[in-house]
Design a protein around this ligand. Structure first.
Ligand SMILES: Cc1cc2nc3c(=O)[nH]c(=O)nc-3n(C[C@H](O)[C@H](O)[C@H](O)COP(=O)(O)OP(=O)(O)OC[C@H]3O[C@@H](n4cnc5c(N)ncnc54)[C@H](O)[C@@H]3O)c2cc1C
Ligand code: FES
Length: 250
């Protein structure tokens, strides 16, 4: 995988999240595609591998990433003086061929790919509603970020809820009123959305399987899927990370 040095245009901190913007004149990312990213001037071997991050937004020559600082890789990417190496957009993103209305659902703090999806749907005139969870313990700065950057989104505070994914889906309401559900979220949110959508509405789920090579050669990101009634495996980095809910053999 080729990594390109890019000009970092800005970094903003919102609680434990960082919004990182960089100049990109290559192929435009499609919603649900991801990039592999690593700091440019990091000489050490820890972390050895670049990290996968969804394209959060893209406008003109600016791409942004929105990530939670979780470990060493994301902490280094968040560093003020870190240059940035990124791959071209990778993987298969959301399919957006159909008509609306559609629902965009972000569970936990994993909302990143929904911003670009919302922008593209708006551009093509597809009506959509956005539902984003503000989970228990999320910093106020993160909630404020969602309020200001996703102006028309319904924010669902799930602190105290016994079943947060259920609380989010309850807020979405009658699923059959939508042509498609587009879901990004925790494993629990994805599971709950898959089961709620079964036989009711088509759903596309953005997975976050851990990745190593991100080019299809290591099979480290394989996910179980149904094909012609048989259970088999597909690689999230090249055949995903977005999958149709009914194809996933969970
Ligand atoms: C296709 C794809 C897109 C992604 N997009 C985003 C994004 O837009 N924003 C964002 O914040 N994160 C995203 N992630 C997750 C992100 O890649 C990881 O959080 C990051 O690699 C962690 O690296 P680290 O070195 O900081 O932490 P590590 O030291 O590697 O891990 C820190 C902690 O995070 C856990 N962790 C690491 N990777 C994952 C994962 N994939 N899922 C769940 N837990 C994990 C580890 O088990 C550990 O507990 C995405 C992952 C994939 C596969
Ligand atoms: S990460 Fe290696 S095959 Fe997907």
């Amino acid at each position: 995988m080729k990594l390109h040095p890019v000009e970092v245009l800005g970094r903003e901190e919102h609680g434990r999240h960082v919004l990182l913007r960089y100049r990109w004149t290559g192929e435009a990312p499609r919603p649900g595609q991801f990039v592999m990213a690593r700091p440019q001037n990091h000489a050490g071997l820890d972390p050895f591998l670049p990290r996968p991050l969804f394209a959060h937004d893209h406008e003109g020559e600016t791409v942004s990433l929105l990530f939670e600082v979780r470990g060493r890789g994301t902490a280094l990417l968040a560093g003020e003086d870190a240059g940035l190496l990124v791959s071209a957009p990778l993987g298969r993103g959301f399919g957006t061929e159909g008509s609306g209305p559609v629902a965009l659902i972000g569970g936990g703090v994993w909302v990143s790919p929904l911003k670009l999806l919302s922008r593209r749907l708006k551009g093509s005139g597809v009506g959509h509603d956005v539902y984003l969870e503000v989970p228990e313990g999320a910093p106020e700065a993160y909630a404020e970020f969602l309020r200001t950057r996703y102006e028309s989104a319904a924010l669902i505070e799930t602190g105290g809820a016994s079943d947060p994914p259920r609380a989010v889906l309850d807020r979405v309401g009658e699923l059959s009123g939508y042509a498609t559900l587009y879901v990004s979220g925790t494993a629990e949110t994805l599971q709950a959305a898959k089961h709620a959508a079964e036989g009711v509405v088509s759903a596309q789920l953005a997975l976050r399987e851990r990745m190593a090579c991100a080019n299809g050669s290591c099979y480290g990101c394989a996910v179980p899927v149904w094909e012609a009634g048989e259970k088999t495996y597909r690689r999230a980095c090249v055949e995903g990370p977005v999958f149709r809910a009914e194809a996933l053999a969970w």
